[in-house]
Write a protein that binds this ligand. Structure first.
Ligand code: PXG
Length: 291
């Protein structure tokens, strides 16, 4: 049995799961999305992801044709239909079919709701043990006053350009700065550093997505008694940090051991990073919406 994709309340085989070439999601990146994970038949932070999807849609004045509760049910139903114990779930809502002009008022049909439940492997297991080497790239994160990074829209070209720059230099992930030159985040992950046993991450206001994994790590640090700061970070502060790691639903928690050629701390994953990785793993096994 092949992968079944949810589109507007119905399930289709992967090869038959199609939407219109006139959909403004394709023509203009006009739409929103979320990436969610499930562990051992429990969806992690499902309510938080659905809330953020509705927030992104609200600013784009995109009506999601489902209530939050109905969308939660649709995610669960997609996981059950595909019988997946551990999955990566992509929820996509596009503006829908319009004409060749960008005016969203011309999209007469309803927004399209797509849910894909599949597997994702971003990095090999080895890198979670040994740590990742990353670089800073020239493309800065979108200005909040232009396209606010809090909107998880289908236009990810800002991040893709940064990813291409990293790839061109032989790296898999990159630090993106904000327009002031402070560290914002990576192409698909938030960044944390540890200095003198305290945790630092950039504030969400400057061009950093308020990641759900980021919030989870801040909560876990509080529980562990590790002081946390949401504060601007310079590249220098990253270079001289004791530990660094990235967080994201897809990547989970991955240690960073080198940035722009500078070794971070001892050059291997740090103690606090490893502790947080363990606590995060435990949490993913212990909570979440059951299916
Ligand atoms: N920053 C950005 C720019 C993201 O896209 C995160 C941080 C982490 O947020 P969460 O809520 O997941 O902790 C994301 C989300 C990929 C990929 O292929 C990554 C994301 C989304 C889509 C694809 O790396 N990360």
């Amino acid at each position: 049995m092949g992968l079944k994709v949810y589109i507007n309340g119905k399930f289709y085989e992967k090869s038959d799961a199609k939407i219109s070439v006139f959909d403004h999601g394709l023509l203009y990146g006009d739409g929103v999305f979320e990436g969610i994970r499930s562990y051992q038949r429990r969806v992690f932070k499902l309510k938080e992801h659905v809330e953020r999807l509705f927030e992104s849609a609200h600013t784009l004045m995109l009506d999601i044709p489902l209530t939050r509760e109905a969308l939660i049910k649709a995610v669960i139903s997609t996981l059950q239909t595909n019988n997946l114990d551990n999955a990566y779930i992509r929820v996509v809502v596009t503006r829908g079919e319009g004409d060749l002009g960008l005016d969203p008022r011309k999209c007469k049909g309803s927004a399209q709701v797509i849910i894909i439940a599949d597997k994702i492997v971003l990095y090999p297991e080895k890198l979670y043990k040994e740590g990742l080497e990353i670089i800073t790239v020239p493309t800065v994160r979108n200005l909040p006053e232009a396209l606010n990074p809090q909107i998880k829209s289908l236009n990810y070209l800002n991040n893709i350009l940064a990813k291409i720059e990293a790839n061109n230099c032989g790296y898999q992930e990159a630090i993106m700065l904000d327009s002031m030159g402070y560290v914002a985040e990576c192409t698909g992950d938030n960044i944390f550093i540890v200095k003198n046993a305290e945790l630092y991450t950039p504030p969400q206001c400057m061009g950093t997505l308020r990641g759900i994994t980021r919030d989870t790590i801040l909560e876990l640090a509080l529980k562990l008694g590790v002081a946390r700061h949401e504060h601007v970070i310079t590249r220098h502060e990253v270079y001289i940090s004791d530990e660094a790691f990235l967080t994201g639903t897809a990547a989970e928690i991955i240690p960073v051991v080198k940035v722009d050629g500078r070794s971070i701390g001892s050059g291997s994953p740090g103690k606090i990073t490893l502790k947080l990785m363990k606590e995060f793993h435990n949490l993913t096994q212990a909570e979440g919406v059951k299916y």
